[in-house]
Ligand binder design. Structure first.
Ligand code: PMP
Length: 395
């Protein structure tokens, strides 16, 4: 017997397992559509010009490396708030929003989950069916019971809004509802403005606690348009949480740049909530890392750099849309794949079955997640024809 004799091998992360299998595949024309990052037209993770310029200035300034405040860089937190709620938001003028820099969107969800668990550990957390696979694990890890609300409708390749509202109505008062604010991962299908209004009505009627996850702002229809859910919740005067991330929109994955924002009912509430959120952070990792947030703050608070970033984000968004259109067109002879073009963000629920995904891998060296999720941002002019032909062969 040793201390670790009883430790069982944890199940392999299915997506990381896919990446390992892809790495080991020796076929030269293999394609990995299983990834969760944006690749440029040459198949690389981009280093944005705005980021490069901000980094150069930072390097030249040769700054000391003291600790950041527990809730991060104040200028960063303020920039996040403007991006999410709009610079003219009354919420910001009334100082009702608490924002803390976090370790990516994941870190934001985690400190939000820990905060909520201290507030009320006995309520369930409801996530969409399906959802980003880490949502369940993360909230269960924080001590919550996790349930699902209906979301995706495979028959229509859309959201089953009625079923979703029915699911929300069954949740107990105080239940936490995790909502993808835009570019739903893994399906690529989002709620429309009118749907959001109905969801907000339901949240209010049933006393639910909305926790918005916005990891792809700017990848759907644009920075402002993608914030529509956040803006509608802000108008509704309900308390809510927002986990946001710059991993994708700044291509800063490994720098872990995100934020948690909590919307409260008054500045007095905000002060108290902030003090408790800081305790959660302090006992998790004390304070966040500097580099990524300093770069993002410099870009967002500097007119020229910001314009460069917005243009680069626009290029990424347009490239994804071009790939969506290209795939839809190439598959048109084999059925109506217009839903791929209509979906938003990096991912698409392609409708491929797990058997078809297996064939893509075995016969063509094309890797996708077993659920049929493909990363459209991994397509480019060099692999689009091949991918479309292979899909046409397996369907
Ligand atoms: N939420 C969703 C829906 C995501 O897809 C992701 C990342 N793939 C995250 C949160 C976490 O992002 P980050 O890398 O910033 O932790």
């Amino acid at each position: 017997m040793t201390l670790f004799s009883a430790v069982e091998l944890a199940p392999r992360d299915p997506i990381l397992g896919l990446n390992e299998a892809f790495g080991a595949d020796t076929r030269p024309d293999k394609v990995n559509l299983g990834v969760g990052v944006y690749y440029d037209a040459n198949g690389h993770v981009p280093l944005l010009r705005a980021v490069r310029e901000a980094e150069k200035a930072r390097l030249e300034a040769q700054l000391p490396r003291g600790y950041l405040p527990i809730d991060g860089i104040a200028l960063y937190d303020a920039a996040v708030q403007k991006l999410l709620f709009g610079a003219a938001s009354p919420l910001l003028a009334e100082r009702r929003v608490v924002t803390a820099q976090a370790l990516g969107g994941t870190g934001a969800l985690k400190i939000g989950a820990d905060f909520l668990h201290r507030l009320n550990p006995s309520v369930p957390v409801a996530i969409s069916n399906p959802s980003w696979e880490n949502h369940r694990a993360l909230f269960e890890g924080a001590g919550f019971q996790v349930v699902e609300y209906p979301y995706y409708d495979a028959a229509t390749h859309g959201v089953d809004v009625e079923a979703m509202l029915g699911g929300l109505a069954k949740l107990p008062k105080g239940a936490i509802v995790v909502l993808h604010a835009c570019c739903h991962n893994p399906t690529g299908v989002d709620l429309g403005t009118e749907d959001w209004k109905r969801v907000i009505e339901s949240v209010r009627e049933h006393g639910l606690v909305p926790f918005l996850d916005i990891a792809y702002q700017g990848f759907g229809d644009g920075i402002e348009a993608d914030a529509i859910a956040v803006r509608l919740f802000a108008e509704a005067r309900v308390p809510f949480f927002v986990a946001s991330s710059f991993s994708k929109s700044f291509s800063l994955y490994g720098e872990r740049v995100g934020a948690l924002s909590i919307v409260t009912d008054s500045h007095d509430e905000a002060v108290r909530v902030q003090s408790q959120l800081k305790r959660v952070i302090r006992t998790n990792y004390s304070n966040p890392p500097t580099h990524g947030a300093a770069v993002v703050a410099a870009v967002l608070n500097h007119d020229d750099l910001r314009a460069t970033w917005e243009a680069e984000l626009g290029e990424m968004r347009e490239r994804i849309r071009t790939m969506r259109r290209g795939l839809t067109q190439r598959l048109a002879a084999h059925g109506d794949f217009g839903f791929i073009e209509a979906q938003r963000g990096m991912f698409s629920y392609s409708g491929l079955s797990s058997a078809q995904v297996d064939r893509l891998r075995a016969e063509f060296g094309i890797y996708a997640v077993g659920t049929g999720r493909i990363c459209v941002a991994a397509l480019n002019d060099g692999n689009l024809d091949r991918v479309a032909e292979a899909i046409a062969r397996v369907i």
